[in-house]
Ligand binder design. Structure first.
Ligand code: NAD
Length: 234
């Protein structure tokens, strides 16, 4: 086996063939407001009902029976279970399709839609239900602070130390279905290069940071990810 430590980064592109709509569909507007305006601490402070409606809709969509992991999610789960070295999957996605396909070591650096967090005390709890401004926190008993456990514009991504520790010692970095526009994830390729890793981009089209990658394969994730994973396990 050529590699000892793999870090995979995934973005919205890996879930698009599973039917998960991107944030920026419909011109990036939702109920006539820019998504960036809503998906922010200020958006939540000013329009909490609107923000809840937005995320409740996304959560319901994600839980609908038609949404299932695709061949790319499954291939990464098989790669993780079949690879004898260290493996870490870092996803920018807030959906749970990697877990549903069997991936185990997954870091959601932008949070998870199936969790809610209390803005007052920080308690995090799993949820499949809609959130409302009247919800009470199970830990501190206060209401009005329950919010989706997702990272909004202007907030710090999660578990960055663990991610950078893995990047520092990886010998293969693979970015899948990500446009390379959202930092810090778009900069992970540079950290992997600094570690001396082989770098591969798998995407529908060249990303904004395409020139940093040593190898690139373009096409639908459901086709190119299983093919690539097979070459690693061969
Ligand atoms: P992005 O929307 O900016 O880019 C998606 C990339 O995937 C594009 O480069 C596109 O060419 C590529 N792509 C589209 N369909 C593909 C396919 N079938 N196969 C392979 N590649 C395909 O996504 P991003 O880089 O992840 O950044 C967007 C932000 O929005 C992130 O912060 C993410 O958290 C969030 N987001 C999450 C979800 C989700 O949880 N599923 C969905 C939309 C947006």
């Amino acid at each position: 086996m050529r590699h000892k430590s793999i870090v995979v980064l995934t973005g919205a592109g890996i879930s698009s063939e599973s039917g998960i709509a991107t944030f920026r569909g419909s011109g990036g507007l939702w109920e006539n407001r820019r998504v960036e305006e809503l998906a922010s601490p200020r958006g939540f402070a000013v329009y909490p009902e609107l923000v809840h409606r937005f995320y409740n809709g996304r959560r319901r969509q994600m839980l609908s029976p038609s949404i299932r992991p695709n061949a790319a999610h499954h291939a990464l789960a098989e790669l993780e279970s079949g690879f004898p070295g260290r493996f870490l999957l870092v996803t920018q996605n807030i959906d749970d399709l990697h877990e549903r396909s069997g991936s185990v070591k997954v870091i959601h650096l932008h949070g998870e839609l199936l969790k809610k967090r209390c803005a007052h005390c920080g308690d995090v709890e799993s949820t499949k239900a809609d959130l409302a401004v009247t919800d009470t926190c199970r830990a501190c008993g206060r209401n009005g602070g329950m919010r989706p456990h997702v990272v909004w514009f202007g907030e710090m991504p999660l578990r960055m130390e663990e991610i950078h520790a893995a990047l520092r010692c990886c010998d293969l970095f693979v970015a899948i279905g990500t446009s390379g526009n959202v930092y810090p994830a778009a900069g992970f390729v540079d950290a992997a290069i600094a570690a001396g890793a082989r770098t591969v981009e798998l995407n529908l089209e060249p990303s904004a940071v395409e020139s940093a990658f040593e190898e690139k394969i373009y096409g639908n994730a459901s086709r190119i990810v299983p093919q690539f994973a097979r070459t690693l396990l061969a």
